[in-house]
Ligand binder design. Structure first.
Ligand code: PRP
Ligand code: URA
Length: 209
C-alpha cells in the first residue's frame, strides 16, 4: 500500500492557513499556492539520487555531489493543478510538464477526462502528479490510470489537502503510488467538498464561480 506523508513544516502550515481562509483573495491565494508547492517540492525531492563529480574550487580539487541525471515530470490535473506547477519548476526547472484535463461531474462526482498531453518519454520519467485537492479520489485515480495506460511507472501524488476517503481510494486503486500532502482533513461533506478544506480550488485560483 502507498505511504502517506503529511508535511508539517511550519512554513507550509502557516501558508496553508491563509490559503484556507475565505477572506484570502485570488491574487494572494495564487501566490500562496505557488509558495507551498515550492516548499512541498523541496521535501518531495529529498530522495533524489546524487552522484559524485570532481570539480576545482579556488583552493583545489574536490569531490562533490550533483543530482544524478534522473528525468522528472510534473503532471498537473487541470485546472486547479496548474496552480502548483510554477512553484515546482522554480526548484526543478528542467522537469517536463504533462497535462491531464479532468473535471468532476457535480452530480455524480465522477471524473470526466477531456485532455491528455504528455512528454514522449513518459515511461522513463519519475512523475509527480499535482492537484490541490484529493476529495473522493476519483480525479487522481483516473489521472493515474491515464498515465499508466500510456506507460508511466514511477508516480507520486502531491496535493495540498486530502480527505481520508480520497487517500483510501488512491491507496486501493494505486498501491504503488505514495501520497504527499500539506494536510489530511476530517471528511467530505454531502457535496463532496473537503471539510474544512479550502472550498473550490479551481474557482479560488482562477477567480471563477
Ligand atoms: C477539483 C480538484 C480535483 C478534484 C478533486 O477539480 O482540483 O481535481 O476536484 O475531487 P475528487 O477527488 O472528488 O475527484 P474540479 O473537478 O473542480 O475541476 P477544476 O480543477 O477544473 O476546477
Ligand atoms: N474539489 C475542490 O476544489 N474542493 C473540494 O473540497 C473538493 C473537490
Amino acid at each position: 500500500m502507498g505511504k502517506v506523508y503529511v508535511f508539517d513544516h511550519p512554513l507550509i502550515q502557516h501558508k496553508l492557513t491563509y490559503i484556507r481562509d475565505v477572506s484570502t483573495g485570488t491574487k494572494e491565494f495564487r501566490e500562496l499556492t505557488d509558495e507551498v508547492a515550492t516548499l512541498m517540492a523541496f521535501e518531495i525531492t529529498r530522495d533524489l539520487q546524487l552522484e559524485e563529480v570532481t570539480i576545482n574550487t579556488p583552493v583545489g580539487p574536490a569531490q562533490s555531489s550533483v543530482i544524478a541525471g534522473k528525468k522528472l515530470g510534473i503532471v498537473p490535473i487541470l485546472r486547479a493543478g496548474l496552480g502548483m506547477v510554477e512553484g515546482i519548476l522554480d526548484l526543478i526547472p528542467t522537469a517536463k510538464v504533462g497535462h491531464v484535463g479532468l473535471y468532476r461531474d457535480p452530480e455524480t462526482f465522477q471524473p470526466v477526462e477531456y485532455y491528455v498531453k504528455l512528454p514522449k518519454d513518459i515511461e522513463e520519467r519519475d512523475l509527480i502528479v499535482v492537484d490541490p485537492m484529493l476529495a473522493t479520489g476519483g480525479s487522481a485515480v483516473e489521472a493515474i490510470n491515464s498515465l499508466k495506460t500510456r506507460g508511466a511507472r514511477n508516480i507520486k501524488l502531491m496535493c495540498l489537502i486530502a480527505a481520508p476517503e480520497g487517500v483510501a481510494q488512491v491507496q486501493q486503486d494505486h498501491p504503488d503510488v505514495d501520497i504527499y500532502l500539506a494536510a489530511l482533513d476530517e471528511k467530505l461533506n454531502e457535496k463532496g467538498y473537503i471539510v474544512p478544506g479550502l472550498g473550490d480550488a479551481g474557482d479560488r485560483l482562477f477567480g471563477t464561480k
